[in-house]
Design a protein around this ligand. Structure first.
Ligand code: FAD
Length: 310
């Protein structure tokens, strides 16, 4: 007998088995959300970023973070963007700060400047050397993110967020060693982790279970990246150790020149991902916006988040 989904469904109903309901909407509070931006390189990209901040800002995120280029390469641009957010919006910025390739003194100075400018939240990372070189501790520098977190605590009373890896960081000795590292970062003074991008919810939810079993109680917020440009995302994921499911490659197959359909597939895929997480009790989401607002705005709306007056 050939497989027929319709017959399977009818048989399930006939035998009294309910079809699994869609995640509930009634009674579920809208989640807390946050957005990540990158500092723009050109005036055109700057205009694009500010249009993005303006639109997503209406959703009243808990915070918005600004990345720091590999090896501190965007130090001034990150600083300028974060300061402009403070000056011109009512949003709470979080500045990403990496320690690779810099002395402790230099990193502490950047942190001190942020504190004095009113930036109280740092996303503390080791970072990666530019050009994909091997990462070796810089003489007189913080070797790992856990050391940076401890250093930041000495500079000022920052709120500190760190990175977590549901699929294990590519350079970790083992998944257990990587989880121990996450615990060290939180024990050193971080209060939240944001996950590396992932597409398989099961991997993330199992990671939460392992973290809980390891005594980690701080929130590990899922990092969500809606994908419209599949080829670009697959390249990025290969570099950071995120696996791309076969079903996802198949959804985007043949759509390279069909931007509209890609956008619809992207919206449906990301909505399904976040709604399933929401149904599993996740009530905080961090969006990698790539400085593009529309898709993220729609997905936040689907999660129940609505614009509010500033
Ligand atoms: P760490 O936590 O220090 O870990 C790095 C590796 O070292 C891991 O494999 C860990 O298991 C291992 N390790 C840690 N301590 C030890 C030890 N004592 N002995 C041996 N091994 C150890 N990069 C940027 O350049 N700019 C950004 O703005 C940026 N933002 C990011 C935001 C998020 C949410 C995420 C998930 C990543 C971000 N990254 C950014 C990428 C990040 O810098 C890289 O993933 C980097 O390779 C690791 O940074 P980390 O803070 O996780 O490092």
């Amino acid at each position: 007998m050939t497989h027929s989904p319709l017959r399977d469904t009818l048989e399930r109903w006939a035998s009294g088995t309910r079809i699994a309901p869609l995640p509930e909407r009634e009674g579920i509070a809208p989640p807390a959300i946050s957005f990540e931006f990158f500092p723009p390189k050109t005036p055109t990209l700057e205009t694009q970023l500010w249009a993005c901040i303006e639109r997503l800002g209406t959703l009243r995120p808990s915070f918005v973070s600004v990345t720091y280029g590999a090896g501190g390469s965007t130090q001034e641009r990150t600083h300028a963007t974060v300061l402009r957010i403070i000056r011109e919006t009512s949003l709470t910025p979080a500045a990403h700060l990496t320690c690779v390739g810099a002395t402790r003194g230099a990193v502490d100075d950047v942190a001190q400047r942020y504190w004095e400018a009113g930036v109280k939240h740092i996303v503390a990372l080791r970072g990666d050397p530019p050009g994909g070189e091997a990462c070796t501790p810089y003489p007189g520098g913080y070797a790992f993110a856990a050391d940076l977190v401890a250093g930041l605590r000495r500079v000022a009373d920052f709120e500190i967020t760190v990175a977590a890896y549901p699929e294990t960081h590519p350079q970790a000795a083992s998944p257990e060693a990587d989880l121990d590292n996450l615990k060290r970062k939180l024990d050193a003074g971080a209060t939240r982790a944001i996950s590396q991008v992932f597409f398989d919810n099961g991997t993330y939810l199992r990671f939460l279970d392992r973290a809980l079993a390891a005594g980690i109680k701080a929130p590990i917020v899922p990092g969500i990246m809606p994908v419209t440009n599949f080829a670009q995302a697959a390249k990025f994921c290969a570099a950071c150790g995120t696996s791309v499911p076969k079903w996802m490659a198949s959804l985007f197959e043949g759509l390279d020149d069909d931007v509209e359909t890609r956008r619809m597939v992207a919206a449906a895929t990301a909505s399904e991902q976040v709604r399933t997480l929401q149904a599993n009790g996740i009530d905080e989401f961090h969006f990698y916006t790539l400085n593009r607002p529309d898709l993220v705005y729609a997905i936040a709306r689907i999660l129940g988040v609505k614009p509010q007056a500033a």
